[in-house]
Write a protein that binds this ligand. Structure first.
Ligand code: KG4
Ligand code: ZN
Length: 355
């Protein structure tokens, strides 16, 4: 499934002058190939995304080898499409930013190799980007920007973290999950319920018709006086309830709604604690689970009650995309290097990627 997005440019980015910096962004860390062009003066110039959902659906999850093979097929056509959409010549690109980790090693290698080959051919510098930093900085692309220092709730398929962001490149980890990530918990629970891959949005959709009060599920680690999370126990609880309750469709919807409420309430309460503890007024939410409407509503409500502000990237930039990588590259132009070393890190702590 290929998508090209039409994003409104922030007003201040519309006037172009001659010393424009244009970054080509390449994302290939998991099951989405994203290529985009971002200009320091005109904002998003082009944004192409190919989602491998249909490819992996038959297996109920991402098959890493298939993901890598598919990225290889998509990278060049998507790049050409972006250049055409933006009416750009290759010489007009200033630097190439690519996701260097964390992610699937084979998938990362396809994007990194493509980036380095193109950079070599065009004599351009490259910038390696931490995938989570890409998600985190996506919030800065919106017109309403957070003020430093702010709290970031990163909720993706592989990570659940609360961070204090003092400046771009200065991230302090406040809490993390001890087992499953929030997105992973959504995906695994959806699979237990027999929902198709990718489970998170499917479960959220089913939850819309369910009663979130019906099952009294635990709010994991809420009583612990820290900012860590643990979601794997919830999944076990759901498995037991599914065995008990059988195949009743309404009960399944109620179970989905109760599960979603348990995860989202936990994320909301801990995010508020982080704001209080760090004396911050702004919260940004990044990563795929940030597209969850119930989570957005809870965070908006609890922030409004405390006079705090919560900001989300546009829906289409919550999940993986090349634009967030191009934008992050622009913020790190100082790191741009003419270099042919392949730099990928399947496991990579964001704090280690600090400026
Ligand atoms: O950030 P992302 O696109 O990829 C990673 O870097 O992991 O996040 C994907 C995760 C998946 O676990 C997916 O199920 C979850 O985000 N997700 C959602 C929703 N949309 C995506 N989870 C709950 N509700 C949603 N609406
Ligand atoms: Zn991601």
């Amino acid at each position: 499934m290929q998508k090209s997005l039409h994003l409104r440019l922030p007003k201040h980015l519309k006037n172009m002058n001659t010393s424009e910096t244009i970054i080509l962004g390449i994302e290939s860390s998991c099951d989405e190939t994203g290529i985009a062009l971002f200009s320091d003066q005109r904002g998003a110039l082009a944004h192409q995304l190919f989602s491998q959902i249909d490819l992996h659906r038959a297996y109920g999850g991402v098959v890493p080898e298939l993901a890598s093979r598919d990225h290889i097929k998509r990278l060049l056509p998507l790049y050409r499409q972006c250049m055409q959409d933006a009416s750009l010549q290759p010489q007009e690109i200033s630097a190439i930013a690519y996701t260097a980790g964390p992610g699937l090693i084979g998938a990362l290698l396809t994007g990194a190799s493509f980036a380095l080959a193109l950079a070599y051919g065009l004599d351009l510098p490259v910038i390696s980007i931490h995938h989570l930093e890409g998600h985190l900085l996506a919030a800065l692309m919106a017109e309403e920007k957070p003020r430093f220092p702010f709290i970031a709730l990163l909720v993706s398929g592989g990570h659940t973290q609360l961070l204090r962001v003092d400046a771009i490149g200065h991230y302090h980890l406040l809490g993390t999950t001890l087992d499953d990530a929030a997105g992973e918990a959504f995906d695994k629970t959806a699979k237990l319920m027999g929902l198709p891959y990718p489970g998170g949005p499917e479960l959220a959709h089913l939850a819309e018709t369910g009663d979130a009060q019906r099952y009294d599920l635990p709010r994991p680690m809420l009583k612990h006086d820290n900012l860590d999370f643990s979601f794997s126990g919830l999944k076990t609880k759901i498995r037991l309830l599914l065995e008990q309750e059988g195949d009743d469709p309404q009960k399944r919807a109620d179970l989905a709604a109760s599960f979603q409420a348990a995860v989202n309430e936990t994320l909301t309460v801990k995010s508020q604690r982080a704001l209080d503890q760090e004396h911050c007024r702004d919260l940004i939410v990044a990563g795929g689970v940030g597209a969850n409407r119930d989570l957005r509503q809870r965070l908006r409500q609890s922030c409004a009650q405390r006079g705090a502000r919560v900001l989300f990237p546009p829906y289409e930039l919550c999940t993986d995309n090349g634009l967030m990588i191009a934008f992050a590259g622009l913020q790190h132009m100082d790191r741009a290097r003419r270099c042919l070393d392949i730099d990928v890190h399947p496991r990579w702590n964001l704090a280690e990627a600090n400026a």
